[in-house]
Design a binder for this molecule. Structure first.
Ligand code: ZN
Length: 235
């Protein structure tokens, strides 16, 4: 029987679930501020229409739901069959009429949330594999979704701003991005953002100082900083 409240008991997982639901509501509001006629217009992501972005966010929820299903059943269920399938479904979603596209995004988000709610406590640590090939516990799907909904709400360019994103989410994003540069590209960057410090300024090749929202906008390729070169690529 489906549960009416979360089966997870880990305080960290429960806090993340609360945060992702806030982000989902924020994305929903940002999308409500896009008129149907403006869906075909450009998002802030280079080369992406708003419709393609909404389709991507919807299909991302479906892909993460497959990982939650994997954790629930123990049967491998990858996010996407292939990168081509992922791109094809985004193109298909972007071609839908506005009402159908909005329904896709809404239903996919609700379905993912129900799967999280009903995932038994002991299954949250089950190892699943992301589209990038990283092996992570099922609980990581909540953070993966959090990044998507908060940042892509901003990308819709309908009034959402990086400075509206809660500071703990911004700090975690910054740690993710700086960690990725270090691991993947051996680029050591330290960021001093308000009272948050990421990386080691004494050994970094590059030290960036900015407010936390400005630092995240810069680090994720969504803004520039005076006197700074563009950030290295993130994803
Ligand atoms: Zn995305």
């Amino acid at each position: 029987m489906p549960a009416r409240s979360d089966l997870a008991t880990d305080p960290g997982v429960l806090a993340d679930l609360a945060a992702v639901r806030l982000g989902t509501a924020y994305f929903r509001r940002a999308l409500l501020h896009v008129a149907d006629d403006d869906l075909a217009g450009p998002s802030l992501l280079d080369g992406w229409s708003r419709a393609a972005l909404v389709a991507h966010v919807g299909y991302n929820a479906r892909a993460l739901a497959r990982l939650v299903e994997w954790a629930a059943t123990g049967v491998e269920n990858p996010m996407y069959a292939s990168p081509e399938v992922r791109n094809e479904e985004i193109a298909y979603g972007a071609s839908l009429r506005p009402i159908a596209l909005r329904n896709l995004a809404e239903h996919a988000a609700i379905d993912l949330d129900v799967r999280w709610r009903d995932l038994p406590d002991e299954r949250w640590s089950w190892t699943v594999r992301t589209a990038q090939g990283r092996e992570v516990p099922a609980s990581e799907t909540v953070w993966m979704r959090m990044r998507e909904v908060w940042l892509h709400a901003v990308d819709l360019d309908s009034g959402a701003r990086v400075r509206d994103v809660p500071a703990p989410v911004l700090e975690r994003l910054l740690r993710d991005v700086v960690g990725m540069w270090s691991r993947r590209d051996a680029i050591e960057v330290a960021v001093v953002a308000d009272d948050v410090q990421v990386g080691d300024p004494s050994s970094a090749q590059r030290v960036v100082k900015a407010s936390l929202p400005d630092a995240v906008a810069w680090a994720t390729g969504r803004g520039t900083l005076p006197g700074e070169d563009p950030a290295p690529r993130w994803l």
